[in-house]
Design a binder for this molecule. Structure first.
Ligand SMILES: C[S@@+](CC[C@H](N)C(=O)[O-])C[C@H]1O[C@@H](n2cnc3c(N)ncnc32)[C@H](O)[C@@H]1O
Length: 237
C-alpha cells in the first residue's frame, strides 16, 4: 500500500502528484474492465478482494483508518441506535461507528471482504453480512437510525447507478439519517477513466427517495488530489 493509495481510501482521489496508474488503482481498473466486458458490473469486487487475499493484487481503499470524511462529521454517540454500513469492505467505517456506540450491521457484496472483516475484528460487536445493495433483505426497510453510503455508488457504472442510488434511503427509519460521502463532478458524462466515476449533483439529489428529504448537501474541498471535490450529503425521513 503506497501513500497515494492510503489517500485513495478516502474517496479514491489520488494525490495529484501521483500517477493514476498506481499499482492498486491499476488492479481495480483491470478487474473492473474485465467484469464490465462480460456484463457483470459488480463481479470485479470479489475478484479484487480474492486476488488481494492471495497476494496478487492490492485493494486501493483497504486501509485501517476510518474515513476522514466520516470522522469530520463528528457524529454523536450512538447510544445503541441502529446503524447500517453499505459496501463496508473490510470494516474500517463499521468498526468506527461500533466504537461510537452504534449497533452496527455492515454488508458487502464480496464474501471475501466479509471474511476479511470478520477475521480482522474477531471480537467486534458489528454484525457483518454478505448482501447486494441492488437486492437487499426486505427486513432492512426503514430499519436503521443511521445509514452510511461512502464511496460505493461511485464505483458502480452508469447502467446500474440509478438503481443503486435509490436504495440506501429505503433503509432509513423515521427520524433517521442517511450520510452520503462521494467524489463529486459537474460532468454529466463519464470521462471513461473510472472506477471511480464521481457523482453529479443530480445523482446526489436522487438519494432523496421514499419520503427522504435533504438536511444538507455540501461540496467539500479535497485539494491536492486528482478528484478535488467531494459531496457530503445528509438526508432524513
Ligand atoms: C470503493 S469500495 C469502498 C469501500 C468502503 N465503503 C470504504 O470507503 O472503504 C466499494 C465497496 O462496495 C462493495 N460493493 C459494490 N457493489 C456492491 C453491491 N451491489 N452491494 C454491496 N456492496 C457492494 C464492494 O465490494 C466494495 O467493498
Amino acid at each position: 500500500m503506497t501513500a497515494a493509495d492510503a489517500s485513495a481510501a478516502d474517496g479514491d482521489p489520488l494525490p495529484s502528484s501521483s500517477p493514476s496508474s498506481s499499482p492498486s488503482a491499476g488492479d481495480a481498473r483491470r478487474l473492473a474492465a474485465a467484469s464490465l466486458a462480460v456484463g457483470d458490473p459488480t463481479g470485479w469486487f470479489e475478484h479484487l478482494y480474492a486476488e488481494a487475499r492471495d497476494g496478487r493484487a492490492e485493494v486501493p481503499w483497504d486501509v485501517a483508518a476510518p474515513s476522514a470524511h466520516l470522522r469530520a462529521l463528528d457524529l454523536p454517540a450512538g447510544d445503541g441506535r441502529r446503524a447500517l454500513v453499505v459496501g463496508c469492505g473490510p470494516g474500517r467505517d463499521a468498526e468506527y461507528l461500533g466504537a461510537l456506540g452504534y449497533a452496527v450491521t455492515a454488508f458487502d457484496i464480496s464474501a471475501t471482504a466479509i471474511d476479511l472483516a470478520r477475521a480482522r475484528h474477531p471480537s467486534s460487536p458489528v454484525s457483518y453480512a454478505v448482501a447486494d445493495l441492488l437486492s437487499p433483505p426486505a427486513a432492512w426497510r426503514h430499519g436503521f437510525d443511521l445509514v452510511l453510503e461512502s464511496n460505493n455508488v461511485q464505483a458502480l457504472p452508469a447502467d446500474i447507478r440509478a438503481r443503486a442510488i435509490a436504495v440506501p434511503g429505503m433503509f432509513v427509519a423515521p427520524g433517521g439519517l442517511l450520510v452520503v460521502l462521494a467524489a463529486a463532478t459537474s460532468r454529466v458524462d463519464s470521462d471513461g477513466s473510472g472506477p471511480p466515476w464521481p457523482l453529479t449533483r443530480a445523482e446526489i439529489d436522487g438519494f432523496a427517495v421514499d419520503g427522504l428529504r435533504p438536511v444538507s448537501i455540501t461540496q467539500v474541498d479535497a485539494a491536492g488530489t486528482t478528484l478535488p471535490t467531494r459531496w457530503q450529503a445528509l438526508f432524513t425521513r
